[in-house]
Ligand binder design. Structure first.
Ligand SMILES: Cc1cc2nc3c(=O)[nH]c(=O)nc-3n(C[C@H](O)[C@H](O)[C@H](O)COP(=O)(O)OP(=O)(O)OC[C@H]3O[C@@H](n4cnc5c(N)ncnc54)[C@H](O)[C@@H]3O)c2cc1C
Length: 413
């Protein structure tokens, strides 16, 4: 039987495009991603087969405008579709997000910033190069910004540095936890341009570094608790020359976006929104004795099970409602209330994903923990959400607490 939409198009007043994209991803997720998900998790290998399929079914180009040959999703349409994917395979949804950001950030989000006609023309040229690679060659992009210091939290400039030279950008540095390492064709790298002086966050450059460029290497092993199929190993850049054609954004735009479009950092949440739904779906089917591959034993008649499911549904609906509001109001230069609500939504999704999985295992019982079933994978995958910089659960709490008590520029004397 086909799963119901996470967000009923009529009840949530989705656009036709949103509804179609969600249905496309849900069908693909249920029929293709879910049966394969255990394999990537068990061996901690990248879901290459899924990506081949996504090159064919157009999902690699979900945020590329229709007039350029893509599926034309904007911020909200992508978030809704990505949640449907997270429901079936967390690792594929999370890595897809890294790939999609290379077109979403540089496309419909960047379009909302003010730009001179010349800058706009230059950006269109850049985008054409990247979009063609994705749509015609099936190229996959990663999004590597974590470095192990304070840069990924937005506190200091990136320690990965570039200098302009006659041959192109000269890149040196290291990125940790780079999902798709060894599997992407281009590493989307945030780095600091130090050609003209000291490192500054304002001089961030967003480059697509070809994976096969001289001086690029992937090091370290990958054997984590959850999200094992993301293969988030370490990337080293040793005197790598990057052709300026690989710039993803105009200089200075990344900093302007990071400040003016904070919801851009909320796109890790859809994966975990999907896990919330996946764990709930599993529990209902399991307690009804209908989960494929398990004995047809009903457990739904026990009042404690009913209470647990009620608790899960309440958490799920609370999470969906807040998250839906926040992805619906995402915009350039949000108000303080909108920003605090976005932090609250990120925190809620990431914490509740793990909590709903915890409740699911407790109420379904010992057999539901077996590796032949998806629930224990969801439980482990869900644990990773709260750790994703720059909006970890801790940092969201810090920012909500401070933001609620202080107006801009206020100090305690
Ligand atoms: C499965 C998975 C996939 C990932 N994929 C990617 C990817 O594709 N690309 C990418 O760039 N990164 C990726 N990351 C990395 C992720 O975004 C974080 O950078 C990483 O989890 C940080 O780990 P750490 O131990 O270095 O944390 P630390 O930097 O040591 O931080 C530990 C905790 O301290 C807090 N903290 C950190 N900095 C500050 C600060 N300045 N002020 C206050 N509190 C702070 C945060 O709550 C944080 O969780 C991935 C992580 C995981 C788990």
């Amino acid at each position: 039987m086909t799963d119901n939409p996470m967000f009923d198009p009529k009840a949530f007043r989705l656009s036709n495009l949103e509804s179609e994209l969600c249905a496309k991803v849900r069908d693909f997720g249920q029929s293709t991603l879910a049966p394969r998900a255990e394999k990537w998790d068990r061996d901690a290998v990248f879901p290459t087969e899924n990506y081949r399929d996504m090159a064919t079914n157009g999902l690699l180009g979900i945020c590329i405008p229709k007039e350029s040959g893509g599926l034309g999703a904007d911020y909200r349409a992508y978030c809704l579709a990505a949640a449907e994917m997270g429901r079936y395979c967390g690792a594929t949804a999370l890595t897809w997000n890294m790939h999609v950001s290379s077109t979403l950030w540089t496309g419909s989000l960047l379009d909302t910033l003010e730009m001179s006609p010349q800058a706009k023309e230059a950006q269109d040229k850049r985008s054409t190069v990247h979009r063609k690679r994705i749509l015609e060659d099936g190229a996959v992009y990663s999004q590597s910004f974590s470095e192990g210091g304070a840069a990924a939290a937005g506190a200091v400039a990136w320690g990965t540095l570039v200098k302009r030279t006659d041959k192109g950008w000269l890149l040196n540095g290291k990125k940790i936890f780079a999902s798709l390492a060894g599997n992407a064709n281009y590493y989307g790298v945030l780095c600091t341009d130090v050609t003209d002086g000291e490192p500054s966050r304002r001089n961030t450059l967003y480059l697509a570094v070809p994976a096969d460029a001289a001086g690029v290497s992937v090091v370290g092993d990958w054997d984590p608790l959850g999200m094992r199929g993301t293969v988030s190993r370490t990337l080293l850049f040793d005197n790598v020359i990057v052709d300026p054609v690989n710039e993803l954004m105009p200089q200075g735009s990344y900093f302007e976006m990071a400040v003016g479009w904070p919801h851009m950092f909320l796109t890790l949440a859809p994966t975990y929104m999907g896990i919330c739904q996946g764990a709930y779906d599993f529990t209902v089917k399991y307690l009804r004795g209908e989960y494929p591959g398990t004995p047809p034993v009903k457990r739904r008649m026990y009042p404690t099970k009913q209470i647990a499911v009620a608790e899960m549904l309440i958490k799920l609906e609370q999470t969906k409602a807040l998250w839906f509001q926040v992805i619906s109001e995402a915009c350039y230069k949000p108000s303080k209330e909108q920003l605090l609500r976005a932090y609250a939504a990120q925190y809620t999704v990431m914490e509740n994903a793990n909590d709903i999985c915890r409740l699911a295992i407790r109420t379904c019982g010992g057999q539901s923990m077996l590796k032949s079933l998806p629930l224990e994978r969801m439980y482990r995958d869900s644990r990773c959400g709260a750790l994703m910089l720059p909006w970890t659960s801790e940092l969201c709490m810090d920012r909500i607490g401070h933001g609620a008590l202080y107006e801009a520029g206020e100090k305690d004397d």
